[in-house]
Design a protein around this ligand. Structure first.
Ligand SMILES: NC(=O)c1ccc[n+]([C@@H]2O[C@H](COP(=O)([O-])OP(=O)(O)OC[C@H]3O[C@@H](n4cnc5c(N)ncnc54)[C@H](O)[C@@H]3O)[C@@H](O)[C@H]2O)c1
Length: 380
């Protein structure tokens, strides 16, 4: 078993998810590489206590990411910080020779992403991936296998999205994800979009153009100090894309929806592909259920299939038991470590977002901003 020693930079919500996944690595039954968290870095000391209380393996605790990157014991880093810091911290990690799983959107905007991409090109020996756990739910894995087997025939339409609803509460105080300078002009697309693009991009479906409808719904929110702060970012985005399947050259409509104000959707991933031979759809609202329609003539009937625990990276959980968010996070981390060790993911649809896929999302979101501004369809 190879051990990869990790540092975490940015120990908030997502930093803890990784640490917790590392703590239950024994849940994976058939993997020959594991992470060990040896260093943590956050500018807020309070947040670090949970780590030092729970992980005896941690030898370095710092508020300065440069110190963590100078630690020769650290082989790889997970960086989960606000978007305005992605370019600076990701490039520093890559230049320090640390393998990197960086959080989406992988740069606050396209120029920041271009900087990260240039840095990756100059350091080909560093393994770099972007985070998105959306592909690792069993239903998405099943749809991925169907795609590998060309089960859908001629693709007619694809709909992919990620929906939140807590911002429907207009009294919810503002946080950095609603601020232009920390979250970026993409707004909800930067925050939620990579998750919705992961499967289509991995399938080789490339948007040729985009017509975007972006909505700013909430103009200001409580600032948490008794006053009000302006809400500057896009709340909801619907992107209509003419999309091409790179292998068959078939073109079809694809809709990518990212919304922070989608009533009733606490945290809903969904994906639907309609084809001439088969169609499939899944929503994390019915996390265990995938619907499939196979057409060979005759009646067109949707089958409802219970997925159970059919994971890309085998685990100790019995096959009949349903999966959840933290399982998808564990699977994403298994994919990252497996690929560091073996040079490729266990299968096409069981790999983390590549830098090229993240760069494509920036091309799409930047074109969507232009489309909104010019009220036109923009070519990519
Ligand atoms: N994959 C997912 O499902 C998912 C979910 C939520 C957020 N994210 C992404 O994760 C990243 C972080 O989001 P979060 O929700 O964990 O945010 P968060 O606010 O909970 O955590 C960010 C942490 O970064 C720390 N930080 C800020 N500046 C720092 C610096 N210079 N050095 C070290 N630490 C610093 C903050 O103190 C904070 O603890 C973002 O890119 C976000 O888009 C991904």
């Amino acid at each position: 078993m190879r051990t990869v020693k990790f540092g975490i930079i940015g120990c908030g919500l997502m930093g803890r998810e990784f640490a917790s996944a590392a703590a239950r690595w024994c849940h994976l039954s058939d993997i020959d590489v594991k992470p060990e968290i040896v260093a943590v870095c956050d500018t807020s000391d309070k947040i670090l206590k949970w780590y030092t209380d729970n992980f005896q393996s941690i030898k370095q605790v710092t508020s300065d990411y440069k110190q963590l990157l100078a630690n020769a014991d650290v082989e790889a880093v997970y960086i989960a910080v606000p978007h305005n810091l992605h370019a600076e911290l990701y490039c520093a990690a890559i230049k320090a020779g640390k393998h990197l799983l960086g959080e989406k959107p992988f740069g606050i905007d396209k120029p920041a992403n271009d900087t990260i991409m240039d840095c990756i090109k100059k350091h080909p020996n560093v393994f770099v991936r972007c985070s998105s756990e959306s592909l690792f739910f069993p239903a998405m894995q099943k749809i991925g296998k169907m795609l590998e087997n060309n089960a859908f025939g001629h693709i007619l339409e694809v709909n992919s999205g990620f929906l939140h609803s807590s911002d429907l509460d207009f009294t919810k105080p503002i946080n950095w994800k609603r601020m232009l300078k920390l979250n970026g002009e993409y707004g909800c697309m930067g925050d939620l979009g990579m998750h919705a693009c992961h499967m289509p991009f991995r399938a080789g479906w490339l948007p040729k153009n985009v017509s975007a409808i972006l909505s700013k719904i909430v103009k200001e929110r409580p600032d948490g100090k008794g006053g009000m702060a302006p809400c500057e970012t896009w709340d909801n985005a619907t992107l209509f894309c003419l999309t091409e399947d790179t292998s068959s050259k078939v073109q079809f409509p694809m809709t990518i929806k990212t919304q922070r104000i989608a009533p009733g959707n606490k945290n809903t991933w969904y994906f639907e592909v309609l084809g001439t031979k088969a169609s499939a759809r899944w929503s994390s609202k019915q996390i265990n259920t995938v619907e499939i329609l196979e057409y060979t003539g005759g009646e067109q009937a949707w089958q409802v299939i219970d997925m159970g625990h059919e994971m890309a990276y085998k685990s100790i959980t019995g096959g009949i038991f349903e999966a959840g968010f933290s399982d998808s996070i564990l699977q994403m981390w298994a994919a990252f470590l497996y690929e560091i060790h073996h040079g490729k993911p266990i299968s096409k649809f069981a790999g983390c977002v590549t830098p090229d896929e993240a760069a494509l999302s920036h091309k799409l979101f930047t074109a969507a901003l232009k489309s909104e501004k010019e009220k036109s369809t923009v070519c990519l």
